[in-house]
Design a protein around this ligand. Structure first.
Ligand SMILES: Nc1ncnc2c1ncn2[C@@H]1O[C@H](COP(=O)(O)OP(=O)(O)O)[C@@H](O)[C@H]1O
Ligand SMILES: [Mg+2]
Length: 307
């Protein structure tokens, strides 16, 4: 559904996007994860034909984003960062005018609006004036606006930024449900690690306009960081002996082992040590977060970047 080769955007001397090769299959839910200024929005703006690339190529639904702008726009929905429906109209009217803007008849726009109201749980907002909606309600209406013309691909730029945790969880639910129901290909950007982790099958980590990692959250964590097993012993001596048998690093009475599947391996390790008369007094398993992945790859924390 999306293919880019060396996609690049420079603003004067700022290399906002610096040679991105990207490939997204039909039905995938992909998160672009990176700190502020990484080039996420600029990438989406090129893919949605809003700004032309400085260099490189991109096709969306098989259509070149520079040569086939109008056709690309018919096939995609785009919810920009913090954009939104106007203020004075009711939700339903906003939705129908959006459908009209995409060339739908009033009748099919109405039918589609009713469908989306149901599938996105918009019953509570559809008849209210847009200016009275909460942030979360407004965001759900924005998403319906992006979907009114049944696009094959939906681009969401930081859909949950600024929402409280409850509304964020709600919105994530809606996005997942929408995907299950309409099989839409979804590319979203976020700087919330937990969001990328829990929602996306595939996380593309972006930093300084480049892709620095692209894989499932599980594989990114296993490959770049690994799980950590920490075993406590009665004495330094025991910890050192355990290190000689099992590998890892002993620090005082603790032994630390880095591994790929700690929850399973820890059982075998403890059994082996016991058989050698070394019984740990404490066991802790630590699994990495995507922030640990980002830290390993860049030496910086994504949390600091986002703040
Ligand atoms: N219209 C613009 N003019 C000049 N610089 C821009 C423009 N848009 C974005 N940038 C710069 O490009 C870089 C990437 O920005 P952006 O794509 O918005 O990052 P993100 O969405 O990951 O936070 C930043 O350094 C930003 O300041
Ligand atoms: Mg952005």
């Amino acid at each position: 559904m999306i293919e880019t080769r060396g996609l690049t955007k420079h603003f004067k001397d700022v290399r906002a996007v610096d040679g991105i090769d990207l490939s997204v299959r039909r039905g995938e839910l992909v998160a672009l994860l990176g700190p502020n200024g990484a080039g996420k929005s600029t990438t989406l703006r090129m893919l949605t034909t809003l700004i032309p690339p400085t260099a490189g190529t991109a096709t969306v639904a098989g259509l070149d984003v520079v040569k086939k702008q109008r056709e690309v726009r018919q096939r995609i929905g785009y919810i920009g960062q913090g954009n939104g429906a106007g203020h004075s109209q009711r939700g339903r009217d906003e939705l129908i005018s959006q459908g009209r803007a995409y060339g739908m008849s009033v009748r099919s726009a109405r039918t589609r609006a009713a469908e989306l109201t149901e599938s996105l749980g918009l019953g509570d907002v559809i008849d209210r004036t847009v200016s009275t909606l909460s942030g979360g309600q407004r965001r759900r209406l924005d998403i319906a606006m992006g979907l009114i013309h049944e696009p094959d691909i939906l681009f969401l730029d930081e859909p949950s930024t600024g929402l409280d945790p409850q509304n964020r969880a709600n919105l994530q639910d809606h996005i997942l449900r929408l995907r299950a129901r309409h099989e839409t290909t979804i590319v979203l950007t976020t700087h919330y690690l937990d969001e990328a982790d829990s929602m996306a099958e595939r996380v593309i980590v972006v930093d300084h306009g480049r892709i620095i990692a692209d894989d499932t959250p599980e594989r990114l964590k296993a490959k770049h960081v690994g799980d950590k097993i920490t075993l406590g012993f009665a004495t330094d001596e025991d910890a050192a002996r355990a290190a000689r048998k099992q590998g890892g690093e002993a620090y005082g009475r603790e032994l630390q082992i880095t591994t790929e599947q700690a929850p399973r391996q820890v059982l075998e390790i403890v059994d082996d040590l016991r058989a050698d008369g070394l019984t740990p007094t404490e066991v802790e398993v630590t699994r990495p977060t995507l922030d640990d992945v980002f830290l390993t790859l860049t030496g910086r924390s994504l949390r600091e970047g986002a703040a």
